[in-house]
Structures are given as C-alpha cells and as structure tokens.
Design a protein around this ligand. Structure first.
Ligand SMILES: [Zn+2]
Ligand SMILES: [Zn+2]
Length: 346
C-alpha cells in the first residue's frame, strides 16, 4: 500500500497521518459520526479482548471453590497462560513487523527500528532484550499477582458481586463502560507518574523507549506495573461481576500493545490494512507531556489542555505550554534562591 496516500513523511523520514486525531463524536456534538465510531469502538480491539476474556473464563479459571485458597497450582497456571498469551500476541506483531519487517517502514511513524539502535540506556544495550525481560520477569508476574488476589477476593465474598439474573442491565452497561474506566484510571495514574521525582524514579524506565515497539508495552518499573494492572480491583468496590473484572484486566494487559505498535496501519493483504490506533500514545512517547490518556473516549487530555491531535496547531500550542512552564520554573527557582545567588546569576 502507498502510505503517502494517507500521510506525509518529513525530511528525517518520520511519517504522520493526514487525518487529525479526534475525541469521541458525542463530546463534539457530531452524532452523525456515531455509527462508524461505534464500529471502531467494538471492532477489532474490544472484540478481541472479549474473546480472550471468554477463553480465560471458560478454559483457564479453576472453580470458585479452588480460588478460595491461593495455591501454587492455579497461580502458576495463570502465570503460564498470561506469559504464553503475551508471547503469542505481542510476539506475532514483533516477528512480522519488526523482525521480518514485512511492510518495511510503510506507515511507520519513526523510520528507525529499535534493533538497529543499540543504547546504554537498556539492559545489554538492547531495547528489545531489555523490554522483553522487564515484561516477562516483572510485569507479567505482577499482573498475575493482582489477578489472583482479585479472584481470591471474589471467591471469598470480599466484593460487591452482582448476579446476572437480577442485575443484567447494569452489568451490561458496565461492560460497555470498561474502556472508559480504563481511560480514567490510566490518565490519572499516568499523569501522576509524570510529576516530579515519580517520573525520574519510576516512569522514566517506560519512556526510555521513545521509539516504542510491541515489547515496550509492558516495559515498566514494578510500581508502575502495580498501578497499571490494579484497575481490575475497581470491580471489587463497584457493584460488578468477576467476568467484568477479568475483561477490564484483559483489556489492560493485552491492550497495552495498542499504543506501542509504532505503525499507523498494519498491512494484512495487498490492499487491506488494520488501523492500529497507536498514534495518540506514540505522540506521548515522542513529546512526553501530551496525551496522558487514550483515544479520547473520555477526553481528559482535551479538558486539561494536554491533548495533541498530531496537527501543526497542536504542536504550536504544546510549544507555548512548554515555554510557559519553563518560565514558571525559572521564576520559582529564582524566588527560592537567596538574593545574592539570583543577582550572581543575572
Ligand atoms: Zn507507553
Ligand atoms: Zn508517560
């Protein structure tokens, strides 16, 4: 496919889509766009997450009686399935688009591949090895621990478990709201991780990959992983159901790849391609202090002035915001210093 029909490439080879990112149409009063938007909401990402959740529910989870007690058997089973699932899903995208490079750099935002860019920032100087090891040694075990704890709480009655017989209208509504819960949880924690020392101590590890690839998705400090996967636990407080809690977690874990695919479209056939929805979070990795949330289902970035839609206008607004922040920091620094040192500086 000709990616220049859909976007432009600058002198350095960075590709950007022609179409600006947009928040969900109901926030803009564009109810006529609801049809196509709803289709994109359901297919393919959320349908895949629902199918994965159903597979866990019917094929992986042991009985509620078994889950009343935490034992090695079912914990290790969940750990193995989680690791295998991520290996297959993330690994396939990595294998076809990054190792074999089946579509070259077509639709790739950054023309460089992490494999070709050794750096001291990473374990073994390799973004791929570093990100892979952090995923499998840290993030997947933390994900499993949170999953086990939440299921154990449900099994022992430490929740507000609603039965589908009587509460099905509410539970159906809650299923539809799962991606919105994710956006609010992710935005708040992610924004916090960008503040002061929290960034330096914790979140900088994830941002080492400023040209992210699939293995970057779960490459995080353990504190960040704990926050990231803990959104499943909202369903212990909400009037909810363990299946919905599991759907929440599946969307978080298997969905983490979405923002880190690095390509705008994944070519599947000669003329057919799948939209990745990766650009919002790619811009976050590129510019750091924009797009803390997701695609604008709940447009918190828009409301708090950190939304970047990929256009030149957004670029200008961002630069102006950075300039004002720098001035504020400089003024605060000068106000906090003894007069002599300020005058020495001047
Ligand atoms: Zn990221
Ligand atoms: Zn960040």
């Amino acid at each position: 496919m000709d990616d220049l029909r859909y976007g432009t490439r600058d002198k350095r080879g960075n590709w950007s889509p022609n179409q600006a990112l947009d928040i969900a149409p109901f926030w803009r009063g564009k109810f006529g766009e609801l049809g196509p938007w709803l289709l994109g909401y359901v297919w393919p990402h959320n349908t895949v997450f629902m199918l994965v959740t159903l597979a866990y529910w019917y094929l992986v989870l042991p009985s509620w009686d078994t889950m009343k007690t935490i034992t090695a058997g079912w914990v290790l089973l969940l750990l193995a399935v989680n690791a295998a699932g991520i290996f297959v899903m993330y690994g396939s995208v990595e294998l076809f688009y990054y190792t074999r490079r089946k579509q070259g750099t077509r639709f790739k935002y950054n023309p460089k591949f992490p494999d070709d860019q050794p750096s001291d920032m990473f374990w073994f100087k390799s973004q791929n090895i570093d990100n892979f090891l952090r995923t499998f040694l840290l993030s997947i075990p933390i994900w499993t621990m949170i999953e086990v704890f939440t299921l154990w709480c449900f099994a022992n009655g430490y929740s507000n478990w609603q039965t589908s017989d009587t509460s099905w209208p509410w539970l159906l509504t809650l299923i539809v709201l799962v991606p919105a819960i994710h956006e609010i949880h992710f935005f708040c924690g992610h924004w916090l991780l960008h503040q002061g020392p929290l960034y330096k101590w914790i979140h900088a590890i994830h941002h080492n990959s400023n040209n992210p690839s699939p293995w970057s998705s779960m490459s995080m400090h353990p504190v960040e992983s704990s926050f990231f996967f803990s959104e499943m636990m909202w369903h212990l407080i909400l009037f909810s159901h363990p299946f919905i809690a599991l759907f929440q977690l599946t969307g978080t874990a298997y969905g983490a790849i979405v923002g880190h695919i690095g390509f705008d479209k994944l070519e599947l056939t000669e003329e057919g391609a799948m939209d990745s929805h990766a650009y919002t979070h790619y811009l976050h990795h590129k510019y750091f202090e924009v797009n803390y949330g997701g695609d604008g289902l709940i447009p918190l970035d828009k409301w708090f002035g950190t939304w970047h839609d990929g256009t030149k206008e957004s670029d200008e607004l961002m630069k102006e915001r950075f300039r004002r922040k720098k001035e504020r920091l400089k003024a605060a620094q000068q106000a906090g210093q003894p007069e002599t040192s300020v005058s020495q500086q001047n």
